[in-house]
Design a protein around this ligand. Structure first.
Ligand code: FES
Length: 97
């Protein structure tokens, strides 16, 4: 078995999956997708390690904002974003950029 696998990821976005479950979707064109899924669709990239941006869902990040989803760019872990359901994906992507 190989010790390392190459990846095309240049950025990693971390999204709290528990927040996503708590708000019950609210993203994407039909406002029913989770933030992570809506971001993946909006970025329209290959799946997995072939994508240039990795979207990773985490467990609870111990912030638990009401009615929002915690997300941050792993390259800027000092700034977390509280994303409100219904926010346009281009605005989310710009904030996480
Ligand atoms: S549920 Fe998302 S930070 Fe706790």
């Amino acid at each position: 078995m190989r010790a390392t696998i190459p990846s095309k990821w240049t950025r990693t976005i971390v999204v709290c999956s528990k927040c996503s479950k708590r708000v019950g979707g609210g993203f994407g064109p039909k406002k029913r997708a989770s933030l992570a899924k809506a971001l993946r669709e909006w970025l329209d990239q290959p799946r997995g390690r072939r994508a240039s941006v990795g979207i990773v869902e985490s467990g609870c990040l111990k912030l638990c904002p009401k009615g929002r989803v915690v997300a941050f760019d792993a390259a800027q872990p000092n700034e977390w974003h509280l994303v409100k359901p219904g926010t346009a994906m281009k605005d989310v992507a710009r904030a996480l950029e």
